[in-house]
Design a protein around this ligand. Structure first.
Ligand code: SF4
Length: 75
C-alpha cells in the first residue's frame, strides 16, 4: 500500500473516531459496522444505517446504543 494512501486512511479513521466520540448515546455495535454512516451537524452527530437503503427491515436511524443487530457487519 502506498504511503500516501496509508496516510489518507489514517486521517479518515481519525476523522471518523472524532465524530464517533460525539455520538450520544454511544452507538454500540454501529461503531464497528460497515453500514455506519455518520451525519454531522454543528451540534450533533447522527448514526445513519446504510443497510436501511436496501433492507426495509432496518431502521434508517437506529436507536442507540445498538446492542444487537442482524445486519451488523464488522469493518
Ligand atoms: S446494520 Fe445494524 S449495526 Fe450496522 S449500522 Fe445498521 S443498525 Fe448499526
Amino acid at each position: 500500500m502506498p504511503d500516501r494512501m496509508r496516510e489518507s486512511m489514517t486521517r479518515d479513521e481519525a476523522i471518523k473516531a472524532r465524530a464517533l466520540a460525539r455520538v450520544r448515546p454511544a452507538p454500540g455495535l454501529c461503531a464497528t459496522c460497515q453500514h455506519l454512516q455518520l451525519i454531522e451537524s454543528a451540534q450533533s452527530v447522527f448514526v445513519l444505517c446504510e443497510l436501511s437503503r436496501r433492507d426495509p427491515g432496518m431502521p434508517r436511524y437506529p436507536r442507540l446504543p445498538r446492542l444487537e443487530c442482524p445486519g451488523h457487519a464488522p469493518d
